[in-house]
Design a protein around this ligand. Structure first.
Ligand code: MN3
Length: 250
């Protein structure tokens, strides 16, 4: 597997850990990595639903409690459960005992669609929760802020282009700010639960996701109905720029 992608995923796991040591969200990927190191996942290792690093109502009034509760405890949980089922059904084929997120994403083109969708859903949501917080929003500081200004001209221009990527994604999917292996920042979007770490031709921009926005209707329908633009406007108020900075600089 390409070294840079492996590094990206490891760094991402570290970034989760760095910002949420007291909650299990930081342990999703790293726990499985250490399991792999010790004895692989062949002996009963399962992926787990991470706890949110804040209460379901903590992002009110921008993102409502019921949406957060259903999104985390139903949608994300279903991705985890179905990922585990898909791995069980695969029965060691292709992946052997190396059943980590990184090996799944690396081999994803050869794997069943159920595994691609649900492993993507699990990773994407784990990252998404860590990229939000109460009293978030505003503008990033530090190296990420500098890189955004250098790349896009201004934070406002970046915000406009990222919002556009979320708005223009037809149907369900994600908008991303990606750090490529050359260290460049690029805005992109993917369909369904694909992400920039997946080794797929259809993923146009590959690299480390620094910022992630879920634009599936289940992320906003209860509060905003069909108005994706209102949801994205609200979401900017809860962005956890510290996590984004951690991922960018690690
Ligand atoms: Mn979602």
């Amino acid at each position: 597997m390409e070294n840079s992608r492996r590094d990206f995923i490891k760094k991402s796991a570290l970034a989760f850990g760095a910002i949420a040591i007291s909650s299990s969200i930081g342990n999703v990927l790293s726990a499985n990595e250490s399991l792999e190191k010790e004895n692989g996942l062949a002996d009963g290792g399962k992926f787990i639903l991470p706890a949110l690093p804040y209460a379901y109502d903590a992002l009110e009034p921008h993102i409502d409690k019921l949406t957060m509760e259903i999104h985390h405890s139903k949608h994300h949980k279903a991705y985890v459960d179905n990922m585990n089922k898909a791995l069980e059904a695969l029965d060691g084929k292709i992946l052997g005992t190396s059943q980590t997120v990184e090996t799944i994403f690396d081999n994803v083109a050869k794997l069943p669609m159920a595994l691609r969708n649900n492993a993507g859903g699990h990773y994407n949501h784990s990252l998404f929760w860590s990229l939000m917080k109460p009293n978030g929003g505003g503008e990033p500081k530090g190296k990420l802020a500098d890189a955004i200004k250098t790349t896009f001209g201004s934070f406002e221009e970046f915000k406009k282009q990222f919002t556009d990527a979320g708005m223009k994604r037809f149907g369900s999917g994600w908008a991303w700010l990606v750090k490529t292996k050359e260290g460049k920042l690029v805005i992109s979007s993917t369909a369904n639960q694909d992400n920039p770490l997946m080794n797929l031709e259809s993923v146009e921009v590959k690299g480390m996701p620094v910022l992630a926005l879920d634009v599936w209707e289940h992320a906003y329908y209860l509060k905003n109905q069909n108005k994706r633009a209102d949801y994205i406007t609200s979401w900017w108020n809860v962005v956890n720029w510290e996590t984004a900075e951690n991922i960018y600089t690690i």
